[in-house]
Design a binder for this molecule. Structure first.
Ligand SMILES: [Zn+2]
Length: 249
């Protein structure tokens, strides 16, 4: 293969968030090259792993014992977090996207929500059903959300989006299931945070193929706007964590 053809596959064509065509290389991790869009600051792995590649990574994911042991603590932490934002929700139908063993679903249920959880991993969902049977759970991709669950008023998505090769497809499936005015609380690593190391691969949040998208406030605002959300505010964080509250228009 001639060198030029190889180079072509190495450079991204356009930014999936803003359509920008100018990039700076961010270095590589385990053979995955990363780039940052100069227009919106969005960072990403290129070439992007396919959905099948990513699914294969999570085949043996499952709930870890230590995570299960910490479940009680996690319920308490989720309850604290929910209490901070629940006054912004217009209704009681709650969903945790990427619910793992159900600790946030349980916290929401305790606070009076009609609490649901979805996770790609059937083992985690099995553990959730056993540990916290008061919630409703579903194992599968977002596209398989049970229609009988109806639409939601309040959605949590914590540390999920950075794993998804096609976030637009994800939100195209999610957004119709949120009621107008629904509250979204989403967290993901913050690639624009002042504490991200100058040498990007040194950042502890950089581990493709698990983390493949690196949002900034600007790129997240653009992304959410495209999918019909207005940012209410970003929650201040000492750590490089993006925590956004947004409302569906
Ligand atoms: Zn961009």
């Amino acid at each position: 293969m001639p060198d030029t053809a190889h180079e072509k596959t190495e450079t991204p064509a356009s930014c999936m968030i803003c359509g920008g065509t100018s990039f700076v290389p961010l270095g590589a991790h385990k053979g995955h090259n990363m780039f940052r869009c100069t227009a919106c600051g969005f960072g990403f792995v290129h070439p992007m792993p396919t959905g099948a590649d990513v699914a294969a990574i999570y085949d043996n994911y499952g709930p870890s014992i230590s995570y299960t042991k910490k479940a009680k603590k996690k319920v308490a932490r989720s309850r604290k977090r929910l209490k901070r934002y629940m006054h912004l929700a217009n209704g009681k139908r709650f969903i945790d996207l990427g619910c793992n063993i159900g600790t946030t679903v349980e916290a929401a249920r305790e606070l009076g929500f009609d609490a649901h959880g979805i996770d790609i991993d059937p083992e985690s969902v099995g553990a959730a059903k056993r540990s916290f049977p008061g919630g409703k759970y579903h194992a599968g991709p977002i596209e398989s959300l049970p229609p009988e669950w109806g639409n939601f008023d309040f959605a949590f998505s914590t540390e999920v989006i950075e794993h998804i090769p096609d976030p637009h497809a994800y939100f195209e499936a999610l957004t119709p299931r949120l009621a107008p005015g629904a509250l979204l609380y989403l967290t993901t690593p913050d690639a624009g945070h002042w504490r991200v190391p100058g040498n990007f691969p040194d950042w502890d949040q950089v581990f493709p193929p698990h983390h493949i998208l690196y949002f900034t406030k600007d790129s997240m605002t653009r992304f959410l706007d495209r999918h019909g959300f207005d940012v209410i505010r970003f929650v201040w964080s000492l750590k490089p964590a993006l925590k956004v509250l947004a409302r569906k228009r």
